[in-house]
Write a protein that binds this ligand. Sequence first.
Ligand SMILES: Cc1cc2nc3c(=O)[nH]c(=O)nc-3n(C[C@H](O)[C@H](O)[C@H](O)COP(=O)(O)OP(=O)(O)OC[C@H]3O[C@@H](n4cnc5c(N)ncnc54)[C@H](O)[C@@H]3O)c2cc1C
Ligand code: FES
Length: 273
Amino acid sequence: MNKILSIRKLAPNVKEYVIEAPLVAKRCKPGQFVIVIVDEDGERVPFTIADYDRTLGTITILVQEVGYSTMRLGELTVGDSVYAFVGPLGNPTDLEQYDKVVLVGGGIGTAVIYPQAKRLKSIQKSADVIVGARTKELVMYEEEFLKNAENLYIVTDDGSYKEKGFVTDKLKALLDSGKKYDAVFAVGPMPMMRAVANLTREYGIKTIVSMNSIMVDGTGMCGGCRLTVGGETKYACVDGPEFDGHLVNFDEAMNRLTYYKEIEADHKCRLRG
Ligand SMILES: Cc1cc2nc3c(=O)[nH]c(=O)nc-3n(C[C@H](O)[C@H](O)[C@H](O)COP(=O)(O)OP(=O)(O)OC[C@H]3O[C@@H](n4cnc5c(N)ncnc54)[C@H](O)[C@@H]3O)c2cc1C
Ligand code: FES
């Protein structure tokens, strides 16, 4: 059992949880994730490690309430415990090899790029950060990024905060203005990651994406998170979650995300009564 130490609401359906998990905090690195089982009968749900404190033995996760398990988690309060908290899983981001990167986060993808920005700052490398959200109230971690990014660019689809547009508009504008990057890290909804990869292909910039495929066991055994990358079969949980965005078959990956929609909708209805 792992105790919830604090909960902070970041956006209408997104909360930040700080959870006691000393063994995970001891070994985790940016890019990795945990699998949480909320209660004894719960399913295994993956969340990116958004932050960690090795001294306090804590892990921070950002949770967007979209269905049964995330809503069950949303019902817990400070002092409650989750049934299981397994990790760190997946491969860490290979950040050291790049001097100048741009981190692009859409929606809950912010959870993945924040530890990357923090790590880059700690090794004296600079990261420009583009954060995209549908509207102002969905923009998260602005203060945290201001402390860790070389430049922070915020865009909203409806123009309600900072610049109006999509993350791809901002990235294109930066590249056209002469900005040079060794790599682009893009994390967010799959259509967003595909759009970024399509853009950077034209500019010949290496692009890494973090694949949030549906996972079941998180150990490479069930095949749930299967992807095709460069024509080869890969499993997001053990081979990823990060892959070369120019090689991922996004059409197939997005199609697989819809496989369990009816069952999930049924669970959600039961939770809402
Ligand atoms: C490696 C990894 C890291 C992740 N990190 C985070 C994170 O930091 N914060 C966070 O909030 N979520 C994260 N996710 C997504 C999260 O695991 C799912 O949103 C969660 O499993 C949904 O469970 P649920 O029972 O609440 O919803 P469900 O009832 O299972 O699903 C509700 C809706 O969400 C969609 N959905 C389910 N799983 C995913 C998924 N993996 N990606 C996109 N849509 C999905 C379903 O198709 C459905 O439409 C991550 C996923 C992966 C694979
Ligand atoms: S989640 Fe089962 S193989 Fe990846």
